[in-house]
Design a protein around this ligand. Structure first.
Ligand code: ITT
Length: 214
């Protein structure tokens, strides 16, 4: 079964595809220019985009996926948040690092708390006239420099919190059973990012709701 992912971001398509393919679903990018509403929450944006795209679905039996994500930095009162795309295009990750350059401490836990941030994703899946909504959060912190190897967007500067054995995120600076050892998403492989990622968590939520629908 095909899931059309309406997004301009190939990195998002690759991540969704890697996960959904394990469940027998083929993800294809759906190029459709939706008007982004002025809203201060991700869910409103995602729901508005999917409403605009539904009439253009290539085959009414296919599924349509929309996801709106953002990086929320505590010390910047949640900035860039819903403006993450715009911030990346204008000030870029280096501008974000500059805005935070005064936030540092010799103590690693205090440093992590000063630079606390979280990724959030709201995913909406349309299937047979129904819409399912799921949210995923990935807490972490912003590194002091950009590491550019893998991934996209803010991956070079976002370091996820460690996880306990059940996969629950721990507080910033606490060592867990699963750890990137201080590496940002941009310095780990995709299958490791999936264990922490807001996107993966949101997509997992969608699939479990789909299972419940039967
Ligand atoms: P669409 O809206 O067309 O889907 P987008 O790139 O604008 O694509 P979002 O609005 O969902 O995607 O994301 C806002 C920004 O946050 C965007 O610049 C992304 O690159 C970035 N972002 C989202 N998820 C990310 C992730 O897992 N790693 C790094 N950056 C991410």
């Amino acid at each position: 079964m095909t899931v059309w992912f309406m997004t301009t971001n190939k990195g998002k398509v690759e991540e969704a595809s890697e996960y959904f393919s394990q469940h027998g679903l083929v993800v294809k990018q759906f190029e459709f220019e939706a008007v982004e509403p002025q809203a201060d929450d991700l869910k409103t944006v995602a729901l508005s985009k999917i409403e605009q795209a539904i009439p253009h679905l290539p085959n009414p039996n296919d599924m349509l996926l929309v996801e709106d994500a953002g990086l929320f930095i505590s010390a910047l009162n949640g900035f860039p948040g819903v403006y993450s795309s715009h911030a990346l295009k204008t000030i870029d990750i280096h501008g974000v690092l500059k805005l935070m350059s005064h936030l540092k401490s010799e103590d690693p836990i205090q440093d992590g708390n000063l630079r606390k941030a979280e990724f959030r994703a709201v995913s909406v899946l349309y299937k047979n006239g129904q819409k399912i909504v799921s949210e995923g959060v990935c807490p972490g912190r912003i590194g002091h420099e950009a590491v550019v190897t893998n991934g996209f967007g803010f991956d070079p500067i976002f370091i996820p919190c460690d996880l306990d054995e059940e996969g629950n995120a721990l507080a910033v600076g606490v060592m867990g059973a699963k750890s990137t050892h201080g590496k940002p998403f941009g310095a780990i492989l995709l299958d490791q990012k999936q264990q922490y990622s807001h996107r993966h968590r949101a997509l997992q939520g969608l699939l479990s709701q789909l299972d419940m629908l039967g």
